[in-house]
Design a protein around this ligand. Structure first.
Ligand code: C5P
Length: 402
């Protein structure tokens, strides 16, 4: 998969550095050569001996190491790779790289290089959310740096949130995608994701349990195949992938407007769990609790975004993909939904509580097209997203029947 590729892996000082050992092993198994660079603080977390043993190469640590400079100067080091991967990338290295500091080997390599850079952030959720870090991420993106993650989850410090380093398998997939073909280059694809929130009053709302994980995985995979991705997301737990155009909305009506605003597109994937109803008489002020008296909420139907876009007379995307989350008669219900809504494909999944799919990290779906039903194996949401993105790419490349 990565035969002959040269990866310069910069390991910086974070507890997630232990995952980089596994990453090195996977990279080498995939055929890549790994040249490791470690910062001083990285060596507090993993030993240079472990890193060099796994990489099969000496670790570069010092900017002013005479032996190493005479063998391979830091400028040459920075350019002798096909890709530079920074994993884990601490808030500190991101800040330094964003500002162009060059006060150790890692930062000097990043400043001197003309090689593409992929960063894999890992830090405490507050550090990740801090405006300074977010500013640095956006500066680095403007400079062409690509990112994988961070994931949402529990952290070594006991807190929970965005900031966990992506798993080695996911990093490897992103590296493979970097070198892989870009069959969707030049294609614009819109993805809806996450739940919607329908206000009852300024502080209360109706919502659902969608995490947005599957939608984010689909957007990531489409991006990796070269698509220009418009990501219209409700208030989701899963972070928006880097390198897509994010349009944040709250309600179904806002999602509808945002989708129409961003047409035309080549393909649209409606993975959002849109609320079916909204409160017609939502209050503009907080409804007071009055003992013994319940507020009267009157519900009205939300626009069906998938159906409306599928049935557009002009400007309909070439390929419209909907989802059907069902708890019984999954395939029959999904087939009927495909007909009723007028979309081209339906991704059908069983979300009965015993499947653990809703809110979990795996999915088991069937793809329903005009040509029939194809059951896919139980896969991670990342892999399900990749398989769907590949099917979309195949559709455009072979113009298979919809
Ligand atoms: O009708 P149901 O909600 O089961 O259909 C699911 C599919 O329709 C999903 O693809 C979802 O994103 C889409 N949908 C929509 N707008 C709605 C309701 C569902 O786009 N108001």
């Amino acid at each position: 998969m990565l035969n002959g590729k040269r990866i310069l892996l910069i390991i910086t000082g974070g507890i997630a550095a232990y995952k980089s050992l596994d990453l090195i092993r996977r990279l080498r198994d995939a055929g890549a050569a790994v040249t490791p660079v470690m910062t001083r603080s990285a060596a507090e977390f993993v030993t240079p001996l472990s890193v060099s043993s796994l990489a099969g190469q000496a670790v570069h640590q010092d900017l002013f190491d005479l032996t190493q400079e005479s063998e391979i100067g830091h400028i040459q080091l920075s350019r002798s790779a096909d890709l530079i991967v920074v994993a884990p990338a601490t808030a500190d290295i991101m800040a330094k790289a964003a500002q162009g500091h060059a006060n150790d080997l890692a930062t000097t390599v990043l400043l001197a290089t003309d090689t593409p850079v992929l960063m894999v952030p890992a830090m405490n959720v507050r550090m990740w959310d801090h405006p300074a870090t977010q500013r640095n991420v956006s500066l680095l993106q403007q400079d062409g740096v690509a990112f994988v993650g961070p994931d949402v989850g529990g952290m070594a410090c006991g807190e929970f949130g965005a900031g966990r380093m992506s798993e080695p398998a996911e990093i490897l997939a992103a590296i493979a995608a970097h070198f892989g073909p870009k069959p969707l280059a030049g294609r614009r694809v819109l993805v809806t994701s996450g739940p919607t929130h329908e206000p009852i009053d300024p502080v209360r709302y109706i919502a659902n349990r969608s995490s947005g994980a599957q939608g984010a995985a689909i957007a990531t995979a489409l991006r990796d195949l070269g698509a220009d991705v418009i990501f219209v997301t409700g208030p989701a737990d899963a972070p928006t992938p880097q390198g897509v155009t994010e349009i944040s909305v709250e309600t179904a009506a806002q999602m509808m407007a945002a989708v129409l605003d961003h047409l035309p597109v080549d393909a649209a994937v409606f993975a959002a769990a849109v609320a079916d109803w909204r409160v017609e008489n939502a209050s503009s002020h907080k409804v007071k609790k009055v003992a013994g008296a319940l507020p009267e909420l009157s519900l009205t139907e939300n626009p069906d975004i998938l159906a409306q876009v599928s049935q557009l007379q002009t400007g309909r995307p070439d390929l419209v993909v909907g989802f059907a989350a069902e708890t019984n008669d999954v395939i029959e219900n999904a087939k009927a939904k495909r007909q009723r809504k007028g979309c081209d494909w339906i991704v059908a999944n069983d979300v009965s509580p015993e499947t653990g799919i809703m809110g979990g990290s795996e999915n088991q779906v069937s793809l329903i097209t005009g040509a029939g039903v194809t059951p896919w194996p139980r896969l991670s949401k990342t892999e399900t997203g990749q398989k769907l993105a590949q099917s979309i790419a195949d559709h455009f490349n072979t113009a298979e029947p919809r």
